[in-house]
Ligand binder design. Structure first.
Ligand SMILES: C[S@@+](CC[C@H](N)C(=O)[O-])C[C@H]1O[C@@H](n2cnc3c(N)ncnc32)[C@H](O)[C@@H]1O
Length: 314
């Protein structure tokens, strides 16, 4: 059994913040350099790096909850103080959570190359993310990609070489770094080739962010609601420029004058799922984000709350 509080201290929930991008010096209590790792798996690479570089702050992104859990246990066992982890798609969150020119190094070890053409957009180094890196990396900052897939190394090499914001070094075949990741050990044992690609940021690009500045918790009081209109929202989609939302379910608790709407919304490529709660107060009704799900309060989330309030008001 692990000391759960000790383990959880590494886990950040930036959805709960009200100002973006994050002020990293306040999180770490210092202004040290920032290294970011995407898809850290069990976290052995980040643990070893953080341990041997206490003067650098590390932030890791993972989509897998199991990986997040394992990495935090690793940090805790090694008494790591200079690391944090965040759950979600790093390509979108790095854009939203880091100010321009703030990251010194980005590390990606043995990512899935998503070989099928229809999954191409799931690859890490797509053009939109390379442009994000041209904003958030410091000038002279680097990206390091290790992979066992030759065509993928070549593809990423070309993507960075074709970007006016980066310069690339030649791919290093069968590199030898002092720390090996879990996948690296596995591929080494199988005798696979591996490739290391390093690209350096030359000049900056200003990326468009979805969240920026202060973001209040959206809510709206309305005098009365039209229950039939509310129920008819199920499976309806609403659009406003680059924003969409769909109400996928409507749950009702008539005994308590309370409704819960499950919503999926998008701001361009940023998709989130959450609940909107609608309940009776003494003199009126309140439409607000339900506290069981905590989305990033993007323009689509705010639009959803205000549009639903407008649509159901009697
Ligand atoms: C093949 S594993 C490699 C793990 C580790 N780096 C290693 O070398 O052993 C890739 C990891 O990347 C994570 N991942 C994939 N896409 C991601 C994304 N867009 N953002 C954050 N993590 C991602 C997956 O959950 C998975 O744990």
């Amino acid at each position: 059994m692990h000391d759960k509080i000790g383990v959880l201290k590494y886990f950040m929930k930036p959805q709960q913040y009200d100002t973006y991008p994050i002020k990293w010096n306040e999180i770490f209590g210092n202004k040290r350099k920032i290294y970011v790792e995407i898809g850290f798996g069990s976290g052995e690479y980040m643990t070893a790096l953080a341990k041997s570089n206490p003067d650098i702050n590390f932030i890791g992104f993972e989509t897998s909850l199991t990986a997040l859990y394992k990495a935090q246990i690793n940090f805790h066992k090694n008494n790591i103080k200079n690391a944090r982890v965040i759950q979600g798609d790093a390509r979108l969150l790095i854009r939203e959570l880091f100010p321009s020119n703030s990251i010194s190094k980005l590390i990606v070890n043995f990512p899935c190359p998503w070989p099928k053409k229809r999954h191409k957009e799931r690859r890490i180094f797509i053009t939109s993310f390379i442009n994000t890196l041209a904003d958030v990396l410091k000038k002279g900052g680097t990206i390091e990609l290790a992979t066992d897939v030759d065509w993928y190394a070549q593809e990423v090499y070309e993507n960075f070489s074709n970007s006016e914001f980066f310069e690339t070094q030649d791919i290093i075949k069968n590199f030898n770094r002092p720390i090996k990741t879990k996948y690296e050990l596995k591929w080494d044992n199988e005798g696979r080739n591996k490739y290391l690609l390093i690209a350096k940021k030359l000049k900056s690009f200003k990326i468009k962010r979805v969240l920026e500045g202060v973001s209040e918790l959206p809510h709206k009081n309305i005098k009365d609601i039209d229950i039939e209109k509310l129920k008819s929202l199920k499976d309806k989609t609403f659009k406003d420029n680059n924003i969409t939302f769909t109400v996928s379910s409507v749950y009702e608790d008539l005994l308590n004058d309370r409704f819960l709407l499950r919503v999926v919304s998008t701001d361009d490529d940023f998709m989130q799922q959450y609940y909107i709660s609608i309940y009776k107060k003494t003199n009126d009704w309140l439409v607000k984000l339900d506290s069981t799900t905590i989305p990033y309060r993007t323009p689509a989330v705010k639009y959803t709350v205000y549009k639903i309030a407008e649509l159901i008001e009697k």
